[in-house]
Design a protein around this ligand. Structure first.
Ligand code: ZN
Length: 242
């Protein structure tokens, strides 16, 4: 089965549509999202509608869960919190209930999908250091493949004999005797200094994995954010890809 894994769409419809267009040209059987559909961006309703219309399975992110009241807004910096307040005003109760329904860990096709980390997924820890990544591998099967988002920075790690190996290739064939953790990056707010939307293709049979980057109409998203009165730094950071 050919999967497309996306994450951190963050209400950026232009980026999401560009990624879906690329996915539609890639013989994908199923699209799965690792969370944070909303927050930061100008199109929360449209992104939720498109996710549901396309039948995209999704785990819940911290922004989704702050909006649905399951995670404290105090966990966020003032800019993110102000975007959350704006987002909440745009959404219906039914849309907020949908965000509430998103599981912390999604299991599909023998794979696990989580926003932050498999360890205490409801705490939204960041897999941004060796100790946290190794801790997740210890909770995984010896040949398990898992996917995450949250840091908005793509990575691929392999775990062998209690050691972590970072794989830098954009395309890789995963060995069937090792475990892997894949951060698929962010569709709507990349933070690795590459402003293009990020996602991953993964074939569950051949175990071939590919990191993709997609250009989108950045100016359109920035103009909508300005019109909505979202914080200026949230707008400018999209152009710099951080
Ligand atoms: Zn995020």
């Amino acid at each position: 089965m050919q999967l497309a894994i996306i994450s951190d769409v963050h209400a950026n419809l232009a980026a999401f549509e560009a990624v879906l267009k690329d996915i539609d040209q890639s013989n994908v059987d199923k699209i799965i999202c690792c969370g944070d559909l909303v927050g930061y961006g100008p199109d929360p309703k449209e992104v939720i509608a498109l996710v549901r219309e396309r039948g995209i399975l999704c785990s819940g992110g911290n922004h989704d869960k702050v909006i649905s009241g399951e995670f404290p807004i105090a966990s966020m910096n003032p800019m993110a919190a102000s975007a959350i307040e704006w987002t909440k005003e745009q959404l219906s109760n039914e849309e907020i209930e949908y965000l509430k329904s998103l599981p912390y860990i999604l299991e599909e096709e023998g794979l696990r999908f989580v926003h932050g980390s498999i360890h205490e997924p409801q705490e939204f820890n960041y897999l941004n250091n060796y100790a946290h990544i190794a801790r997740d591998f210890e909770l995984m099967g010896e040949t398990e493949v898992a996917f995450c988002g949250h840091t908005h920075i793509p990575f691929l790690y392999m775990y062998r004999a209690e050691q972590l190996f970072k794989i830098e290739d954009r395309k890789a064939k995963l060995a069937d005797k090792h475990a892997y953790m894949v951060n698929v990056g962010s569709v709507g707010q990349p933070r690795d200094r590459d402003r293009r939307a990020s996602y991953v293709l993964y074939n569950t049979v051949s175990r071939e994995l590919q990191f993709k980057r997609i250009e989108y109409d950045l100016e359109l998203t920035m103009a909508k954010m300005e019109k909505a009165g979202l914080p200026a730094l949230l707008i400018s950071r999209l152009g710099a890809g951080w």
